[in-house]
Write a protein that binds this ligand. Sequence first.
Ligand code: CA
Ligand code: CA
Length: 200
Amino acid sequence: MSPPGNRTRVALPRGQSAAGGRRMGNRQAGYYPPSALGNRQGGRGFTLIETLLSTVIVAVMFVAALNTLGASRVTQLKAALIGQGRMLAEALMAEILPQHYEEPDGACVFGREAGELETSRAAYDDVDDYQGWSESPPVTCEGTVLPDAAHWTRSVTVAWVDPLNPRQVSGAETGVKRITVVAAFREVPQATVVALKAAY
Ligand SMILES: [Ca+2]
Ligand SMILES: [Ca+2]
């Protein structure tokens, strides 16, 4: 330990003070005081333009994500409506097809015979009895409203068609009847089921 007042002196190069030597030593060691870092241009924060630009980018990405999510949801809803419409239409077709080709009791007409009501399918016994049938909401043959079928409509058309070309409707008996059932949600058709009934 050096006695008081007897400090060891280090010889410095000519023109360099002790304070200057400490500064140079610190810089060579990679040390910069915080105050110096804060004043350097490379260490500053985001500018207003940069902040606004990043905000716009995030907003655009957020809107794009919402649009994708919304489109996916719409697709799911459309598929669900088509599925439910097909189920409703097929259920009614399953009731119609087992019926007779024409009225089995007495004189037959194309359409409802005597005693068969416009508002109830309970007495229907041949396929053309269903011509012009329309119901909302859908009901069973006995008139019970089907569950989860609010805003749905089922309608039926029956027509004679050319046996060789079922797309061609005929005004006279051909031996083949085409039955079409349409299920619509809020008056927008969602599913159509078509079947043929032959007299032989
Ligand atoms: Ca009938
Ligand atoms: Ca009939």
